[in-house]
Ligand binder design. Structure first.
Ligand code: SF4
Ligand code: SF4
Length: 196
């Protein structure tokens, strides 16, 4: 019993000294310094809180945070969606009926419209694979980490700039073109058979 009492007192004393230490150190002012500074990790030990958002901790240059897509540079190849381990990228492409619809900033030809390009950041595990496979480097991880939302659905980011009515029109044109091609094929086949 005596041993238990000593143990209890020692533990309480340790806890109390730690609390008192933090009480004083948490008031210590800290400078915001880059993560590359030799003093960076030393400085973490004496501070419990910072006055966010007035003060913000620097983020590493290679940090993986919020994804962003420069949709004008996207060729809608779907590689990012295919490689994503958690299937949080949802793309709907529509083939252009008039061939090339423009070029990306690196000169890649654009042949598909992005009717839908959604990324559900609530599911994303920030692996960065999508940014590695992208041939035009238009999907990138930014240094933005503060994306607090009230509703989970608000973490679904829509990058397509196509209006639903425009997408519907492009789908209609494609279906019409495919039907015309099919009809032409059948007519050619029929003519061939009749010519035998
Ligand atoms: S970072 Fe990883 S999990 Fe997130 S969208 Fe890209 S591939 Fe998917
Ligand atoms: S990999 Fe890049 S170019 Fe291909 S669909 Fe994704 S963002 Fe667009």
């Amino acid at each position: 019993m005596f041993k238990n009492a000593i143990n209890g007192l020692t533990t309480a004393w340790r806890g109390l000294t730690l609390t008192i230490k933090h009480l004083f150190t948490s008031n210590a002012k800290r400078e915001i310094i880059p993560i590359t500074d030799d003093n960076y990790f030393k400085q973490q030990q004496n501070t419990n809180t910072i006055q966010y958002p007035k003060q913000q901790l620097p983020v590493p240059e290679v940090g993986r945070y919020q994804l962003d897509v420069e949709i004008d540079d996207c060729i809608v190849c779907d590689l990012c969606a295919k490689i994503c381990p958690v299937s949080c990228i949802d793309i709907e492409s529509i083939k252009s009926t008039e061939g090339s619809i423009g070029e990306t900033s690196d000169g890649s030809k654009k042949l598909l419209y992005a009717a839908k390009f959604d990324i559900d950041m609530a599911k994303c595990m920030y692996c960065g694979l999508c940014t590695i496979v992208c041939p035009t480097e238009c999907i990138v991880m930014t240094n933005q980490y503060d994306r607090t939302v009230f509703e989970l659905k608000d973490l679904n980011y829509e990058f397509s700039d196509m209006k639903p009515e425009d997408a519907a029109e492009k789908r209609r044109l494609l279906e019409q073109q495919q039907a015309e091609k099919q009809a032409a094929k059948l007519a050619a086949l029929k003519a061939k058979e009749e010519g035998k």
